[in-house]
Design a protein around this ligand. Structure first.
Ligand code: OSB
Ligand code: MG
Length: 372
């Protein structure tokens, strides 16, 4: 397989994507996604990467304008003239942090590389399935009846697992109501986005009564030791999201007993190569993983769905259909069939932006020259 690409330029493109309904978490309410797309141009093929940074640094320290800045100022200028995705990962490593910006650039290079070689993401990473089961992440609502309506609608659409966003004041009551209405067979989990402290352990243990698959990121991002202490006091398995930014973080969390499940988001960990390494580590330790989401467009979703088809992804992910997020996606929409999304099989990420729609949603474009 040809692995070395001559990278002739990089385009940064910002698009505005209104969400079909506001998405509220313990860290804020999103009504639209301000997405940064990275397009890498080579003589053989171009490649796309979607930066998952949000508009404000509330989920993590990155934010979309900061990601664009570090890309143009440091990361794109550090690209080797001839490279593959592994070489790009090495070239970006000396710059600390900025995992979401790095992930977008590395993914665009990997997409170009695989398109040039005629290989899909799924085949490159070793996907074991041609479709993946899908869960849905349900935001915090103004009232329990409103939540029950929303959850009922998603179950009718075929989602096989429901994740409820929680925060202090919106936890036991909504979980109880969903469990009572939809029954014990519903696969149900919760995500606190770091909204609690260890002092809430007794309160969080009340969730043990509802037979949840897991509780995701109950405590602060840098509280691995306290997550381990909390895990000892809960029957509900603890899953980490924000705390895990690398394979080293995952190894530490597993060793400490801070996580018995890991949510893998390629953007959060710096790209698909690192995501695969975390997957392999978790498989070796018998730790189940699932693929998280960051309200991606079809560009980011395509690669996530391929990753979610790896054998260690034994739990349904937050890889919902395009229509859960957007009235109009920038690619052909991903649609749910019997609760599953199909894994793309075309080379690279396997999907392309639809030019007319892409133009319509674009708010800014910038061309960055590379060393050649
Ligand atoms: O914590 O998993 C999270 C969305 C944005 C930021 C953080 C999170 C989420 C989600 C939605 O839960 C997942 C999705 O459907 O893309
Ligand atoms: Mg989460």
């Amino acid at each position: 397989m040809r692995t070395n690409l001559q990278i002739t330029g990089v385009e940064l493109r910002r698009i505005a994507m209104p969400l079909r309904s506001p998405f509220r978490t313990s860290f804020g309410t999103e009504t639209a996604r301000d997405v940064l797309l990275v397009r890498v141009v080579t003589p053989d093929a171009q490649g796309w990467g979607e930066c998952v940074a949000m508009s404000a640094p509330r989920y993590c320290s990155e934010y979309v304008e900061g990601a664009a800045d570090v890309l143009r100022r440091f990361l794109v200028p550090a690209l080797p003239a001839v490279a593959d995705a592994h070489a790009v990962k090495r070239a970006l490593k000396p710059f600390k942090g900025h995992k979401m910006a790095k992930a977008a650039l590395e993914t665009a290079v990997l997409d170009a590389q695989l398109r040039a070689a005629g290989q899909s993401f799924g085949s490159f990473f070793g996907a074991g399935r041609d479709r993946v089961p899908c869960g849905v992440s349900v935001g915090i609502m103004d009232s329990v009846p409103e939540l029950l309506d929303a959850v009922g609608g998603f179950i009718d659409e075929g989602y096989v697992r429901v994740k409820l966003k929680i925060e202090p004041g919106w936890d036991v009551a909504p979980v109880r109501a969903v469990r009572e209405r939809f029954g014990d067979d519903l696969l149900l989990q919760v995500d606190a986005n770091a909204a609690y402290t260890l002092a809430d352990a007794r309160h969080l243990a009340r969730l043990d009564a509802f037979d949840l698959l897991l509780i995701e990121q109950p405590l602060a991002d840098d509280d691995l030791v306290q997550h381990a202490a909390l895990a000892e006091r809960l029957r509900t398995p603890v899953c980490l999201d924000e705390s895990i930014e690398s394979a080293e973080d995952a190894a530490a969390a597993i060793t400490l007993g801070a996580a018995s499940v890991i949510n893998i988001k390629p953007g959060r960990v710096g790209g698909y190569l690192e995501a695969k390494a975390i997957h392999d580590l978790c498989v070796a330790h018998g730790v189940p993983v699932w693929c998280g989401g960051m309200l991606e467009t079809g560009i980011g979703r395509a690669a996530n769905v391929a990753l979610a088809a790896l054998p260690g992804f034994t739990l349904p992910g937050d890889t919902s259909a395009s229509g859960r997020y957007f009235a109009t996606d920038i690619t052909e929409p991903f649609t749910l069939a019997d609760g599953h999304l199909r894994v793309p099989t075309a080379p690279g990420i396997g999907v392309d932006p639809l030019p007319e729609i892409l133009e319509r949603v674009t708010t800014a474009e910038e061309w960055l020259k590379t060393r050649t």
